[in-house]
Design a protein around this ligand. Structure first.
Ligand SMILES: [Zn+2]
Ligand SMILES: [Zn+2]
Length: 54
């Protein structure tokens, strides 16, 4: 089991249901957000290109 799925915003492990992932709109690097960050609309920053968004 590989524990590499971590929230892009807070770095929490994405073990819980409700987390989401989607490609960066700029470079298509995968963005991953945990349930908490999604609920609170914490902004993310792409680790690959630095793009940030809600
Ligand atoms: Zn998070
Ligand atoms: Zn990107």
């Amino acid at each position: 089991m590989i524990a590499r799925d971590r929230c892009t915003s807070c770095n929490a492990t994405l073990a819980e249901a409700g987390s989401t992932r989607f490609p960066c709109p700029v470079c298509e690097h995968e963005i991953q957000r945990c349930y908490r960050c999604r609920e609170q609309s914490i902004t993310y920053t792409c680790r690959n290109c630095g793009f940030g968004g809600p």
